[in-house]
Design a protein around this ligand. Structure first.
Ligand SMILES: [Fe+2]
Length: 279
């Protein structure tokens, strides 16, 4: 076996041990994909992939998600997104600031949510900048049966407005006019996935529960986020330069611990397109 997986925590995370020259192979990618379904977050320590190599590995895992060049942070290499708060490179930092809060990618757009994201550390921040993952898969499995029954038929309403609600007070009219028009999407709270597992659709974009008084719905959503974020179901990755982390966007929320805009932190992100809708 050219690739081995070492558990990080009981319910989440595996470190990938693989010879560098065996990493970019179909066999390794398939083993990683299977492991991703089971463990939600994979860490390949200090892999130091180039953009081209990261794209190659992305393509081996699934269909690459295309990033257009007109979004803030678009990199010079097609489909590699630069994640940075550096004002010279990213004139619209609100997208990155929004990632300070637990979320799942793509829940307010009308396409299947991205399957997975690959993030590699090019320059790390001296303070903050850890990426944290909260497993909605393990969180759901750990809920008492009575709570599983309570949420089984609930439908969440997800909006861009809610996803930026923590930033609104700090945004200009121009920023608001750009960011707020968004599609409202409905997702079941419990995601009954094609592979037979169940996760949940939760995060900063979840505005309310359909048909439920606002406070009641928001209280349920908040409690479920807190439940998944408890130490047993979450993992905080402290980056070293060159690390590659891959996570299953269908089984976890993620967020970054705040870091400063002059930290130099630079991450390169690629993603795999969604392969299933939430219902
Ligand atoms: Fe994200």
């Amino acid at each position: 076996m050219s690739v081995e997986f070492e558990p990080v925590k009981k319910h989440i995370g595996s470190i990938v041990h693989v010879d560098r020259d065996k990493l970019l192979t179909k066999e390794t990618a398939q083993a990683c994909f299977d492991q991703l379904e089971a463990r939600t977050v994979l860490v390949i320590p200090e892999a130091h992939l180039t953009d081209k190599e990261q794209l190659t590995f992305t393509d081996l895992l699934g269909d690459r998600l295309n990033f257009t060049n007109n979004v803030p942070g678009a990199a010079t290499v097609n489909d590699v997104h630069q994640v940075t708060l550096d004002k010279k490179l990213n004139p619209a930092p609100e997208y990155v600031l929004g990632t300070f809060f637990y979320h799942m990618d793509g829940m307010t757009v009308a396409t299947p949510p991205p399957k997975a994201t690959l993030l590699s550390a090019r320059t790390i921040s001296k303070t903050g900048g850890q990426t944290e993952f909260a497993s909605t898969l393990a969180g759901y499995a750990g809920l008492p049966d009575a709570e599983k029954a309570e949420i089984d038929d609930l439908v969440g309403v997800h909006t861009v407005l809610r996803s930026v609600s923590m930033l609104l007070d700090d945004m200009t009219e121009e920023q608001r006019s750009k960011i707020l028009p968004g599609v409202v999407q409905r997702h079941p709270v419990v995601w009954k996935r094609k592979n037979g597992t169940r996760s949940m659709v939760l995060g900063s974009h979840a505005d309310r529960i359909e048909g439920m008084p606002l406070a009641h719905g928001r209280a349920i959503l908040t409690r479920l986020i807190e439940w998944c974020a408890q130490p047993a179901y979450s993992y905080s990755h402290t980056w070293k330069e060159g690390d590659l982390v891959i996570w299953d966007n269908c089984g976890a929320m993620h967020r970054v611990r705040p870091y400063s805009e002059d930290s130099g932190r630079m991450m390169h992100r690629t993603a795999i397109a969604g392969i299933e809708t939430t219902s």
